[in-house]
Write a new protein. Structure first.
Length: 202
């Protein structure tokens, strides 16, 4: 495990098993972005056996299956994250835009878990986000979500066939490793084809 998590009434305490994971998370939480949980405290003693971060606990829900509105909020939050990092001259992608890493509380969406951030093009995050949605939205809602992206945000990204193929390969490798899922249904394959047709820049 990358970290251990203790949930208290108003706080989340994350203890890290790797200094690298700790430094990645600390880098992002120090930015105080408005859609990221507030960091209340962190361990600044480099001599400590393990590093930790304490966050304000949110009481909301992850994007719900079948909820186009939830997934639009999550997508917009991810895009804000990319734009804000770019404005700060930081070239990181989140690298794990799984719906479980978004929380919607009081109609506001938050993004968290930054231990996998990496310096790669942000288009990977966008494609991975849509690949996750294949399991959560029906084809009609997925099409509407893609149209929401292409109408308002596609100019921020360069989604080419090579990036799509690379993203599919990496996504399926991680899926097989973490969930031991190695085959897809026809419905899932059809949704992936919809993503490819609608999202690749011509």
């Amino acid at each position: 495990m990358k970290n251990d998590v203790i949930l208290e009434k108003f706080r989340v305490i994350k203890t890290f098993n790797s200094e690298e994971y700790y430094n990645r998370e600390l880098l992002i939480y120090k930015l105080n972005l408005p859609y990221i949980p507030d960091m209340l405290e962190y361990n600044s003693n480099p001599e400590s056996e393990k590093q930790w971060i304490i966050l304000h606990r949110l009481y909301g829900h992850n994007p719900q299956p079948g909820s186009l509105d939830d997934f639009q909020k999550a997508l917009y939050t991810l895009i804000r994250f990319h734009r804000d990092l770019k404005n700060l001259n930081l070239s990181f992608s989140h690298n794990d835009p799984n719906p479980k890493n978004f929380i919607i509380e009081d109609d506001k969406c938050y993004l968290f878990d930054f231990s996998d951030i990496s310096q790669r093009e942000a288009g990977y995050d966008i494609l991975a986000f849509f690949l996750f949605t294949v399991d959560f939205l029906n084809e009609d809602c997925l099409k509407q979500l893609i149209e929401f992206y292409t109408s308002h945000f596609s100019f921020d990204y360069r989604i080419c066939l090579a990036l799509y193929d690379k993203s599919i390969l990496e996504f399926d490798q991680r899926r097989a490793f973490y969930k031991n899922i190695k085959t897809l249904t026809k419905t899932q394959l059809d949704k992936r084809e919809l993503i490819r047709k609608m999202m690749i820049n011509k």
